[in-house]
Ligand binder design. Sequence first.
Ligand code: SF4
Length: 314
Amino acid sequence: MAAPLVQLTRFLAETAGTTPSAPPVRKPSWLKVKAPGGANYVHIKNMMRELGLHTVCEEARCPNIGECWEHKAATFMILGDVCTRNCTYCAVSHGTPKAFDPLEPARLADAVERMGLAHVVITSVDRDDLENGGAEGFAGCVTEIKRRLPETSVEVLIPDFKGSERALAIVMDAKPDILNHNLETAERLYRLARPGGRYDRALTVLANARRLGGPDALTKSGIILGMGEEWDEILVCLRDLRRADVDIVTLGQYLRPTDGHLPVARYYTPDEFAELRDIGMRLGFRHVQASPLTRSSYHAWEQVDGARAQRRSA
Ligand code: SF4
């Protein structure tokens, strides 16, 4: 498979006439992870089933599940496990979701308490069938966790709520420590990868979250690389996110969940992720997490600490 032209032109410009090394096209060795199975992993898995909770770690087949669950870090998925949208890179099932469950915040807070988590990430499927897209579910979970565990920081990774500012305000009023909404990919690839989403709308969600949350709120977004974007388009995404005054950005490699999903167009090397991290920091993000296995919630507890420390020293 030929490497994307932009990568060659970038390499050629940088190496001024030297022959560029060909980027890998097979799944490279740096993406191999150990199979999960430690004591904490088994305990958490059993507890999730007992409490009827879903995690994006499992639903999205995240490669970091062994490491994260061993460290007692998990991303909870609220509002069910069936999504009303159908992104071509995502492993979560789509269709008609179950009814809204008002008792979910209490169950989730139970789990967080039992796991003794210091930082919690909550996300959801898209619920375009609900009036406010399920914003009340996010707000309920943040409020209940903070009521029981005031020291625990809570990050919400929200859908775009179809751009509803009212829905976003419901979430922001609950005062999450981090408001995350993923940009996911370059504008050109939205129709292919994220047909139910809009690039501009995602940026507006983030800018509105900054406005509603004020200067103390931390905002965050993520981009998945390898779905066919060009290097320059990644830079455009980063600049657009800075324009929306986003604090934290995550960059990770796209991995095809099944043969029925969008194929991987390119595997980026760890050096390229390091280069993007440096570019991001120069653009002014407070924290950039960039590596092949980075996911929006990967090492999230470090991201919140890092961004806060940066803000204190600013
Ligand atoms: S990176 Fe996020 S989704 Fe993946 S296992 Fe860790 S907490 Fe779960």
